[in-house]
Design a protein around this ligand. Structure first.
Ligand code: BGC
Ligand code: BGC
Length: 626
């Protein structure tokens, strides 16, 4: 038997080496997914259909309904509406607080109700574990996907997903709304960091790797979680001006309209789904966005013909948060359109009662055929059978023995490796890097030097994330510097960069503050005045200067680049700040390569590898080493 330690050593060690050899690992990893003998989900149809034949219409519709746990009008709605699923959204904690114990008790309490129903079908509980079990205090937080894209390392991405799965299972939860296999084509989009990068290749290779990690190539493994590839399809390709309004009332990109031919949609945005389906992904989330003017959540061509019929997807579709209601103003018609297009389960956080009764009406009126309901429920039950949730001899309640692994040193060490491999060195004049651990004094500046929240970004504890001490455990970059240098080295710190004069070297850590989804849409990606001042103040001290940028996307950095000797793009690295210092101080060589093209100016955006007039500041794939 391989122990966890062996696994981490072999996967991460080998992965570290593998990444030098090839920019994109595709053929071999794709071949590996098609393991002969792995059961497709339809292998469970016998059992699913037998159960289906015993179900009333209400029990079927219940399976197709997902409510928000914190928005249940009454907890007994779980039994009353035969709910097939619950979610905790981005800011939804258990009523008893945000401790692992409270999460586990909340999961168990809800599950215990579901199994008391006539048929005793367990609920699937879903959560956005998008970079670790990221709603839960004390969980290890991995870099967001844009940073993982720079590792070019599928084995490492798979290892990160396996660990995330284990931490999720420690709370009993068995479903993550991840991986996001979006291909963000415009950095002004607030969800840019949720994608592995701008090229379809990254979504294809790393998305599949994440699916393999979450589901451990075997949904019945007690340490697996059900994965959910999202947001199908074209969420990263929306046209500027077609999205939701930003904080200044300007319409930008999020949930907008992707105006592309089907051939282009397939070439750029479908790739991650092709490989996710090949890797056996059990669920897929259709996107809020539109395709050529129509909401994806209602397009049969995309949901049924391409995904289910052509690609052979055998799992189920879960709508995005209240997304069905966006199809058309009349909710009943919107449900009709979406379910008939192929949606199988509806994420209706607080509107689940209405959805339940309207769908029942639609079936009774013949507007949604019973065959469609049976297909949707069969798909959901297949997954529940494949996960072993229906096994008589297996409890669907949490296995609390797993709890000790949440945020454990072994898990943190893999996240730290992810951070090391995600850093991209954009400038390194006069061999400023690696830094000497024995310098007399190092001055650290910048608002993000000692800020775990800024390191983690959005989708961390809260939906939007926030600055400051967002979670327990973890290491800020400032404390990582202190832990790394020699005992004789003095480390001084001022947020504004003051007091650097006389130090041997300066490190200034600046960048974006947390945001998620459309709230992060921006038409100006310049560094803030506060950040430019901190950089300028450190520069005036006349010492060698290293800038570390924490951001969910490339920013406009021309002036900052001229002011410093070395520049490191560290993305949103998560809780393990020591991964940054491992590279800054030369214990690990930098290997990260840009997963996006770095624009010279806002006027150049959108800019993507393959463009005819391609002339970015740094090309896709750029990254220095030493
Ligand atoms: C929830 C998120 C959700 C968002 C949708 C938030 O209140 O916490 O989970 O994605 O609303 O708008
Ligand atoms: C987001 C999804 C997320 C869901 C549940 C939505 O607003 O678009 O990515 O999975 O909320 O939180």
């Amino acid at each position: 038997m391989t122990t966890r330690r062996d696994f981490i050593k072999s996967s991460v060690g080998a992965a570290g080496l593998a990444m030098f050899s090839s920019a994109l690992i595709d053929a071999s990893s794709l071949a590996r997914q098609k393991k002969p003998g792995r059961k497709g989900l339809s292998a469970y149809d016998g059992q699913a259909r037998q159960l289906l034949s015993r179900m009333t219409l209400e029990e079927k519709i219940g399976q197709m309904t997902q409510a928000e746990q914190s928005a249940l009008e009454d907890v007994s709605d779980i039994e009353k509406y035969f709910l097939g699923s619950l979610l905790s959204g981005g800011s939804s904690d258990p009523k008893a607080g945000n401790s692992l114990e409270a999460w586990t008790d909340m999961y168990d309490g809800n599950q215990a109700r579901a199994v008391k129903t006539r048929l005793g079908i367990p609920i699937l509980f879903g959560i956005d574990a998008v970079h670790g079990h990221s709603n839960v205090l004390g969980a290890v937080i991995f870099p967001h996907n844009i940073g993982l894209g720079c590792t070019r390392n599928p084995e490492l991405v798979e290892a990160a997903a396996r660990i995330t799965a284990e931490e999720v299972r420690a709370s009993g939860i068995q479903w993550t709304f991840a991986p996001c296999v979006t291909v963000p084509r415009d950095e002004r989009w607030g969800r840019t960091y949720e994608g592995f990068g701008e090229s379809p290749d990254l979504a294809r290779t790393l998305g599949a790797a994440a699916v393999r990690g979450f589901q451990r190539n075997d949904l019945s493994n007690p340490l697996s979680v059900l994965a959910c590839a999202k947001h199908y399809v074209g969420d990263g390709g929306t046209a500027i001006g077609s999205g939701n309004a930003d904080r200044n009332g300007k319409r930008l990109l999020d949930q907008g309209d992707t105006r592309l031919s089907e051939a282009e949609l397939r070439r750029i945005h479908l790739q991650g789904y092709i490989s996710a389906v090949e890797a056996g992904v059990g669920s897929i989330m259709p996107s809020y966005s539109s395709w050529n003017g129509a909401k994806v959540s209602g397009i049969k061509r995309l949901l049924t013909e391409i995904l289910k019929q052509e690609l052979g997807f055998e799992g189920f579709l879960i709508s995005d948060y209240r997304a069905i209601g966006q199809i058309t103003p009349d909710f009943k018609t919107a449900i009709e359109i979406s379910i008939n297009a192929g949606m199988d389960m509806a994420m209706e956080p607080d509107g689940y009662r209405r959805y339940f009764s309207l769908l029942r009406e639609l079936v009774n009126e013949g507007r949604v055929p019973m065959t469609r309901i049976d297909d949707a429920v069969t798909r959901i039950l297949r997954v529940k059978f494949a996960m072993g949730l229906m096994d008589k001899g297996r409890s669907p309640l949490a296995d609390r023995r797993l709890q000790q692994s949440l945020g454990s040193p072994a898990h943190r060490s893999v996240a730290r490796e992810c951070v090391r491999q995600s850093l991209v060195i954009l400038k390194n004049d006069r061999r400023t890097l690696p830094l000497a651990k024995k310098a007399g004094r190092i001055h650290v500046g910048g608002k993000s030097a000692d800020d775990l929240g800024n390191q983690c970004g959005g989708w961390t504890i809260d939906w939007q994330g926030k600055s400051g001490e967002v979670t327990t455990g973890g290491t800020t970059i400032l404390s990582a510097i202190r832990k790394t240098v020699s005992p004789a080295t003095k480390v001084t710190f001022t947020k504004d960069g003051d007091g650097a004069a006389g130090a041997d070297v300066g490190i200034v850590i600046v960048g974006e503050t947390p945001y998620a989804e459309g709230v992060g849409d921006r038409d100006d990606l310049s560094l803030s005045a506060e950040d430019m001042t901190a950089i300028g103040t450190m520069k005036q001290a006349g010492i060698p200067l290293v800038v570390v940028l924490l951001s969910g996307r490339p920013m406009i950095i021309n002036e900052a680049l001229t002011q410093c000797d070395a520049f490191v793009a560290a993305w949103l690295p998560g809780t393990e700040g020591l991964g940054v210092t491992d590279v800054l101080f030369g214990d690990h060589k930098p290997t990260g390569k840009l997963s996006v093209s770095w624009p010279r100016s806002m006027n150049q955006i959108p800019i993507n590898v393959g463009d005819s007039d391609y002339d970015p500041l740094f090309k896709y794939g750029f990254g220095l080493t030493f």
